[in-house]
Design a protein around this ligand. Structure first.
Ligand code: CLF
Ligand code: SF4
Length: 527
């Protein structure tokens, strides 16, 4: 729990940056955490950092392994419409903000339709390795539909990992069933462990056939979340905790949440920015509650390092998302289209594809290691952020103007680390560049010293340079981290020789609603 002095420091307007920065200063660094024998190097932990049995579980799960998210895809099926609680950041006509941005599901599916869709997607996208149920309500408030879907998929697509995301209220009563259906990855959204804070996030829960409000509701919810987490980890089920960072409400408190979930064996902690806008019709949207800036989010995530492993590559995806994290191919797989599809579910072909991906991944890791040797003995404390345009596979393979998001890496004498992503509006509009979009892209990556791209035109190059962000296209189609480390070595040399003066960059804006255009959204008819 927070001390009273600590609570005073949190204003209703702002993030408690002082408390967060104090935690950063106390950061103990990377080490082995004990529970499940896992490393605390965050979701970027690779094969050499994890016990073999854990690596087997995460190596092709795009959310549980940062490395995997460059290569492997997930899909969600929207079979769970009802919810048993109310969050102030959710409007029921939108899909679940636990596991998605407040976009909407295009269509809800029956378990049978969902199973058909999974097989059709898996046959078309061999890198699709995980099926998640994340809404649009709460999967465990719809247990019959959720578990029927898992049962059908286990029969027709046995190589696919099953994943579930829940608010946790109904979790304790379903833990045995989750284990029986071989659901090996469970996410619980835990935004607080202090019911007084919880009452500012959750107006009510529906429990034991009753609607319960206020602090009592938050107390019951928190107790169920933490007990459910313990019960799952005791059974060896890998658990991730999602938390929504709500400035002035639970920001600094999430450091306590991180400690509490680590103590109960959570494998990962995913702190996501609040998505809030009046047009979403949520309580927070209508009351003007803001989300965090990029710097505030990163400071909090940094403060939590050394506790439960940090996930930083979440895309807050829709409850019907399909594809690599950051891309959404759901429009290719509507129920109508699936009915007309010739589906050839070839297990051998899928395995061959995934073996080839594994070779590519190993090559990428080796290339990074080799480049890192050039930084050994480097004692500079300079840290910079770099933005990368990529279509996947860990390569710099996207044009600046075609990027819908940039991946962000922190570069230091210790090497490179994935620290986030920024959604942006498309700059290239087919033959011409959109200057307004360019301004928003620059604001979204304003904290970066460089942007790595496969190709870039003269105009955006000039504007980026003027804004102090170096456009780098000399590593087109090469591995991201190897290239970024190589660039950073040169940057450090230039700083040392006096050719370049190093200045910290400013803050950046987390763009809400970018990436998917309004035209692609369809409002569902509510829960
Ligand atoms: Fe889906 Fe969630 Fe499973 Fe992943 S998403 S149920 S764990 S398969 Fe992933 Fe999407 Fe973030 Fe969720 S990027 S919102 S963390
Ligand atoms: Fe919405 Fe999910 Fe919260 Fe339910 S648990 S109110 S669906 S965000």
């Amino acid at each position: 729990m927070e001390s009273p002095a600590h609570q005073e420091a949190v204003t209703s307007e702002g993030v408690d940056m002082e408390a967060i920065m104090q935690q950063v200063a106390e950061h103990k660094g990377c080490g082995t955490t004990g529970d499940s024998g896992k490393s605390s190097c965050g979701s970027s932990a690779g094969e050499s950092d994890l016990p073999p049995e854990i690596w087997e579980k995460v190596k092709n799960h795009p959310c549980y392994s940062e490395e995997a998210h460059h290569h492997f895809a997930r899909m969600h099926v929207a079979v769970a419409p009802a919810c048993n609680i109310q969050c102030n950041y959710c409007n029921r006509k939108y899909d679940c903000a636990n596991e998605s941005r407040p976009g909407v599901v295009s269509e809800r599916l029956t378990p049978e339709q969902a199973a058909k869709k999974v097989v059709a997607v898996a046959a078309t996208i061999p890198q699709m390795t995980v099926l998640g149920i994340a809404g649009p309500g709460d999967p465990l408030a719809n247990p019959a539909k959720t578990f029927k879907t898992f049962e059908l998929i286990a029969q027709t697509a046995p190589d696919i990992k099953l994943c579930l995301s829940t608010n946790g209220l109904a979790l304790p009563e379903h833990v045995e069933t989750i284990a029986r259906y071989n659901v090996d990855h469970v996410t619980i959204t835990i935004n607080m462990i202090d019911p007084e804070i919880g009452a500012k996030i959750y107006p009510w829960i529906f429990y034991n056939h009753k609607r319960i409000e206020g602090v009592e509701a938050a107390r019951i919810l928190s107790e169920h979340q933490l007990r459910g987490l313990e019960m799952l980890t005791e059974r060896g089920i890998l658990c991730k905790v999602n938390s929504v960072m709500i400035p002035g409400v639970n920001d600094a408190h999430l450091i306590e949440v991180n400690k509490a979930v680590k103590a109960r064996g959570a494998f990962l902690h995913n702190i996501m920015p609040l998505i809030s806008a009046p047009e979403h019709g949520t309580v927070y949207g209508l009351t003007g509650q803001r989300g965090p800036s990029a710097q505030e989010l990163k400071a909090l995530q940094d403060a939590c390092e050394g506790g439960a492993n940090m996930m930083r590559h979440c895309r807050q995806c829709r409850a019907d998302a399909v594809g690599l994290l950051g891309e959404d191919r759901s429009a290719e797989f509507t129920t109508e289209k699936i009915m007309d599809m010739e589906v050839n579910y070839d297990l051998e072909q899928r395995k061959a594809y995934q073996d080839a991906v594994e070779l590519e991944r190993v090559a990428k890791v080796e290339a990074k290691k080799e480049e890192l040797q050039g930084l050994s003995g480097e004692d500079s404390d300079i840290k910079v952020l770099a933005a990368v345009a990529t279509k996947g596979n860990g390569l710099i393979n996207e044009h600046f103007g075609h990027a819908k998001e940039f991946q962000i890496y922190e570069l230091s004498a210790a090497g490179s680390k994935f620290v986030g992503h920024r959604r942006v509006d498309l700059y290239c509009q087919g033959g011409f560049g959109d200057d307004t979009a360019l301004e928003t892209v620059i604001r979204a990556i304003n904290d970066c010293h460089a942007v790595f791209v496969a190709k870039i035109g003269g105009c955006p190059k000039a504007d980026l340079t003027k804004a102090g962000i170096e456009p780098v296209d000399e590593f087109a189609h090469e591995f991201i981290e190897k290239s970024a480390i190589s660039w950073f070595k040169t940057y450090l040399q230039k700083v040392k020789s006096g050719e370049v003066a190093h200045f910290p960059r400013g803050d950046a804006e987390i763009r809400q609603g970018a990436l998917i255009s309004e035209g692609e959204r369809k409002v569902c008819d509510g829960v």
